[in-house]
Design a protein around this ligand. Structure first.
Ligand SMILES: [Zn+2]
Length: 329
């Protein structure tokens, strides 16, 4: 990893500076927290992102948020980590582009903030950050090798091998959502066919829900206006005992399990940690995912792998970003 002279200078000071700042850049809010080495959030704060404003404005707000947190820590902050959805040049600290902040193109986030606060600043994508957080402080703790899957509009992924986030040669490793489980399957947001995300990302879930509803005229899903339907409606309907909704979630689990089995066979991971909104949709997803995994994974690695629910919830962004900073300083 290339380090700037500034980073090297700061690294000397880390012994007695024990707090880190984690920043989660979302489309609506920028969430920031002061985090200690045990992953405990000491204090946190939120400011609106203002996603439609020029990049400089949002960057300024983020800098002010960081400065306020630093002040409350009395100068004990050793570094800042930032997680954001999208493509990130981790080594250079440049945000290339992403869905939450459409006006950001090739923004040198780390350099700009570092200039203002005189502390090391590191940047990575939200999926990598979530993997780091769950590995260090959540459901992945202690795993020799782990896959993190974040279910949402897209399907994020991150791989931890031998205790370290595996980034690949361009920081793009872990794109579980764009591994293929059916080469002639439905079209994915990436333009290819049959990716995991095409089945279990938001659009995939809603497509499945429409199909299952058509076969069940009594499904409570018919009560939701078609253009207002979200995956959480499917979860709620399943909770109420709706067979069509339960079938959708079981299918989602099966696709998830098939994708995870590929990773298990390739990397012999100890844990697959599943997070994101849809992962709250009861046991239907997990049960069928585990069944599929048991069928598709090879005998030896399936005997040791565990598919578990993430435990940090939406704090993974702050805590994982702080861990990113800890690893860098
Ligand atoms: Zn794809």
């Amino acid at each position: 990893v290339e380090k700037t002279p500034n980073k090297k200078g700061q690294a000397v000071m880390t012994q007695d500076q024990t707090l880190f700042i984690g920043i989660d850049l979302g489309g609506t809010n920028i969430k920031g927290g002061l985090v200690d080495r045990e992953g405990k959030i000491v204090s946190e704060n939120t400011v609106p992102t203002g996603a439609s404003e020029p990049a400089g404005h949002t960057l300024g707000k983020m800098t002010s948020l960081i400065e306020a947190l630093m002040e409350s820590a009395g100068g004990k902050v050793a570094g800042v980590g930032i997680g954001a959805a999208g493509q990130v040049d981790h080594e250079k600290g440049v945000f290339i582009e992403g869905p939450n902040v459409p006006n950001w193109k090739n923004v040198p986030v780390a350099r700009e903030i570092q200039k203002a606060i005189n502390r090391p600043v590191v940047l990575d994508n939200d999926a990598h950050v979530a993997a780091l957080g769950e590995y260090a402080y959540g459901a992945g703790r202690g795993a020799a090798a782990m896959l993190m899957v974040t279910l949402g509009t897209g399907v994020g992924g991150g791989v931890v091998l031998d205790g370290r986030l595996y980034r690949g040669i361009n920081n793009t490793a872990g794109e579980f959502g764009h591994t293929t489980i059916q080469h002639d399957g439905p079209v994915c947001a990436c333009g290819r066919r049959g990716c995991v995300e095409a089945f279990i990302g938001t659009q995939g879930i809603l497509r499945r829900a429409r199909e299952k509803m058509m076969l069940d005229r009594n499904s409570v899903l018919h009560g939701i206006p078609p253009n207002e339907m979200e995956p959480r409606h499917v979860g709620e309907a399943a909770e109420k005992g709706d067979p069509a909704a339960q079938a959708v979630l079981r299918d989602i689990g099966e696709f998830l399990g098939a994708g995870v089995a590929n990773v298990v066979n390739l990397l012999n991971i100890e844990k697959a940690v599943i997070g994101g909104g849809v992962s709250n949709a009861g046991e239907w997803i997990f049960e069928s995912a585990r069944e599929r995994l048991a069928k598709d994974a090879l005998t030896v690695p399936r005997g040791t792998v565990r598919l578990v629910r993430a435990s940090l919830g939406n704090l993974a962004g702050i805590v994982g970003a702080a861990k990113l900073a800890m690893e860098a300083v």
